[in-house]
Design a protein around this ligand. Structure first.
Ligand code: ASP
Length: 338
């Protein structure tokens, strides 16, 4: 609540552990939005809340079509609210958050994703705290797509799920946390969005024909023939260290050049979670740059995969895809010369 005025918040639920119950066949989402809100009755004293169940899925089943559906609803409802909170399974939350960051262009209001490691009806649940943190993010007017989890607010396109069980399941990768809750309330360390005069718009076209390949020592170059046959339009390669691939014995470079020349967009990043890749550092990386790969810089794999799907949804021109990767839309990348 600000100056006695209650903020208007829309809660959208999509499933996930936060809303899960034991089904006899494992945990399955089954709790509705009103039940979630009943568990936190005090929220009504501070916020004017509407709610809607829009999906009821484990996030392993949330795919590009669901991202488009969620983005469409957010775009339609946003004019009527101060912010939107989306509950979502944690497993693919970082992908959804990144995809929404690109689809919801020039977002000037909070869209906060949250979830839980333990269902809201169970003892020791983290769901209530995470929901409270999400509401605090809306209250503070944190613009853009964020994830609220374990007392922290993370830029959605910098979040990665790094733990399967710990309450600190998400980390902000190669970027500062936006804020953190303490007994003093929500402290903002770093506001993420660039102020833009461009109006908000929904750009929800995506191309799901994107493949992610994690290199291993000895990756067989013929894999790229198969990917071409399967008509993938985009490939993300997780290369070694600061940026490298083998070219002795099993030389991947000619295949990669062939794919780039055939119009497939290839983005390369590091298998390391933290810090940037730099393909200009080593010979094993420069060869990749020379065959036309797009450097992923310090982006997370989740942010790259979704950006590539989005870029291929916006254009058929590989040169324009390259330009899109030279643009920072939501704080997903640190742009330096490379
Ligand atoms: N499997 C669940 C999901 O992603 C895990 C969770 O929500 O924490 O939907």
């Amino acid at each position: 609540m600000r100056d006695g005025v209650m903020k208007k918040v829309l809660l959208l639920t999509t499933g996930g552990t936060i809303a899960a119950r034991e089904s006899g066949q494992g945990l399955t989402p089954g709790i509705h939005c009103e039940d979630l809100l009943h568990m936190l009755p005090e929220l009504k004293d501070y916020f004017q809340i509407d709610s809607q169940d829009i999906l009821n899925l484990d996030s392993s089943n949330i795919q590009p079509e669901e991202w488009q559906y969620i983005a469409q609803i957010v775009a339609e409802k946003l004019p009527y609210y101060d912010g939107i909170i989306i509950t979502h399974g944690t497993d693919t939350m970082a992908y959804t958050a990144s995809a929404l960051s690109y689809m919801l262009q020039n977002l000037q209001k909070p869209v906060v994703l949250t979830g839980a490691q333990i269902p809201i009806e169970r003892m020791f649940t983290d769901a209530k705290r995470n929901l409270q943190t999400a509401f605090a993010a809306v209250d503070q007017g944190i613009k853009g797509v964020t994830i609220a989890f374990d007392d922290k607010i993370i830029n959605g396109c910098r979040a990665v799920k790094v733990r399967t069980m710990g309450f600190n399941a998400f980390e902000s990768i190669s970027a500062p946390y936006i804020g953190e809750v303490s007994a003093d309330g929500l402290h903002i360390y770093h506001r993420q969005t660039k102020d833009t005069r461009e109006p908000f718009c929904l750009k929800k076209e995506l191309c799901a024909d994107v493949f992610l390949l994690k290199l291993i020592p000895g990756t067989n170059p013929q894999i790229f023939d198969r990917l071409k046959e399967m008509k993938y339009r985009g490939i993300v390669i997780e290369a070694f260290g600061a940026g490298g691939t083998h070219f002795e014995r099993r030389n991947l470079i000619p295949k990669l050049r062939e794919l780039v020349e055939s119009g497939i967009s290839i983005v390369a990043c590091s298998q390391c979670l933290y810090e940037k890749s730099d393909f200009s550092l080593y010979e094993v990386g420069r060869k990749l740059l020379e065959c036309g790969i797009i450097p992923g810089r310090d982006m997370t794999t989740e942010a790259i995969v979704t950006k590539l799907m989005w870029a291929l949804g916006q254009t058929e021109d590989p040169q324009k895809v390259r330009e899109i990767f030279k643009t920072d839309y939501a704080g997903e990348v640190t742009l330096e010369n490379q």
